[in-house]
Design a protein around this ligand. Structure first.
Ligand SMILES: [Cu+2]
Length: 167
C-alpha cells in the first residue's frame, strides 16, 4: 500500500532519534542487538528495547493496513438481486472457486459467509475487498474486470483462494 513507505520512514526517523544518532547512514543499520548480555552497557540494552518496541509497533501498523482488513471498491451490505454471481465463504474455502464473468462491464458478486470464522473476499489486482465479514454476513461487490484471469482470496487464511476468469 502507498502508506507503507511513509510509515517506514517515519519509524526510521523515530528510531534515529531514539538512538541519539544524527548521522543518516548509520540509521540504516540493524539495531545493536549484539550488546545484549554484555555487562555494564545499560544504554545498549535500552536501545535494544526501544528498537524491539518499534519493530513490534511497525509490525502492528503493517498488519493493520493489510489488504482485506477494510472494504475497498464498490461494496455494500446485503444481498444482490437476480443475475448476480454468488459466492459462499466456508472455513476455509470459497464455493465456487472459479468464477466466469464478462470482461469490461460491471459484475455483481454476492458474498455470503456461511462459515463460523470471519473472512474477507479480496481481489488484490482490482483493489476490491469486502473487508471483514463475520458468520452470516452478506455483502454485494460490484467491479469491472479486464479480460483475463485474476485471483481472489481471503487475506487471512492461506490457501483460501479462487480465480475469476473474465472473457
Ligand atoms: Cu478467511
Amino acid at each position: 500500500m502507498p502508506m507503507t513507505s511513509d510509515t517506514t520512514s517515519h519509524l526510521n526517523l523515530t528510531l534515529m532519534v531514539a538512538e541519539g544518532q544524527g548521522d543518516l547512514p548509520r540509521t540504516r543499520r540493524a539495531p545493536r542487538i549484539d550488546k545484549i548480555g554484555s555487562g555494564g552497557i545499560h544504554i545498549g540494552r535500552w536501545r535494544t528495547l526501544v528498537a524491539v518496541a518499534l519493530a513490534v509497533g511497525l509490525a502492528v501498523v503493517l498488519a493493520g493496513c493489510q489488504q482485506g482488513e477494510k472494504a475497498a471498491g464498490n461494496v455494500r451490505a446485503g444481498p444482490a438481486g437476480a443475475g448476480a454471481v454468488r459466492v459462499l465463504m466456508q472455513d476455509n474455502t470459497f464455493q465456487p472457486q472459479a468464477l466466469e464473468v464478462r470482461a469490461g462491464s460491471p459484475v455483481t458478486v454476492e458474498v455470503r459467509n456461511a462459515g463460523d470464522k470471519s473472512h474477507n473476499f479480496t481481489i488484490d489486482s482490482l483493489n476490491v475487498s469486502t473487508g471483514a465479514m463475520h458468520h452470516g454476513d452478506v455483502k454485494t461487490v460490484t467491479f469491472t474486470a479486464p479480460k483475463g484471469s485474476m485471483e481472489f482470496s481471503c487475506t487471512w487464511h492461506r490457501g483460501m483462494v479462487g480465480r475469476i476468469v473474465a472473457t
